[in-house]
Design a protein around this ligand. Sequence first.
Ligand code: KPL
Length: 350
Amino acid sequence: MVHTHVLGAGALGLLFAAHLRRAGHSVTLLLRSQAAVDRFVRAGGRIVVDEVHPHAGPARAEPVDGIQAELSSGSPAGSIGHLLVVTKAHDTLGAFAAVRHRLSPGATVVLVQNGMGVIDAIRSELYVSPLTPPAADTPTFIVGTTSHGCYRAPGDEFTTHHAAVGQWIFAVHPPLPGAPSAPPQSAMAMADALRGLPLGAVEAGWTDVHTQLLLKLAANAVINPTTALAGCRNGFIWPHPPAADAASASDGYLPLACAEIAAVYERAFPHLRDALSAPAIEQHVTRIIRDSAHNRSSMMQDVAAGRPTEIEWINGHLVRLGSQHGVPTPVNTLLCALVRLRTAAAAQSE
Ligand code: KPL
């Protein structure tokens, strides 16, 4: 039995939390505020997956930084041995910094975000500069990616709807040079717990997970900004079978975008050349579009709700990678610029 603190109680965070709870593990949700904790308690202290499934057992909840919990209980907020971080990419560094002081020595942190670069940002911002060896309190990271699609209906904060059943692939991230090479007991226990969830878990080697993360990045880079700007569901950008209006509107765009991403990957990750060729990327992106045809992408939902988007961690990451390796990225640069403009214009019109 592992006790997992879940940071990021959005639709996906709740899905993981509910399944951990059902599998007999204990769960504490780290919520934004004491008011959110009070709402969770009033809602029965349970996480619900769809109305049709039986409820998971009760979970605990605390405000994210534990300060309110300390004030109201008079005792220091407990330490965290297993932390599952399912926040948006742009919120992760700040959310992680707020709980970092509670991580126990040898803790394990599981990161599940869209986009790339989150683990590097956490490690270099919070733990190591390029010149210093990793500190003894650096946790073990497990990094994963998932193709499950879920959403929360408005007004139903602690119920998640599991709309698209997918997979969940994860690996223990390779340790930094100078850190112990064998994952500690806490990471093994967490990996066991994750493997046991009925979420199509695949534990793989780091190279395979890295490849999957890069393929997912490509899918998000093509689907998310395009659907956010066009204001459409995923399936509309590459309908299958093609609908005349949409197919001609997006004609040639998908191969162009995939070829640009493949050119960046080829230079940055030559050892993954076969798995990340332009046809392999196009096939993967097309499959995700087909499988999630009825979904509204997360960026489309963020733009529609006037929230910040993950553009800098998705297309922005590809643009930075391209410039580091001397590969031009006009498609991704344009998508970044248009989504930034869209967000800025929405903020101004409020
Ligand atoms: O990950 C997604 C997202 O919306 O962020 C996809 C796979 C594109 C599903 O909508």
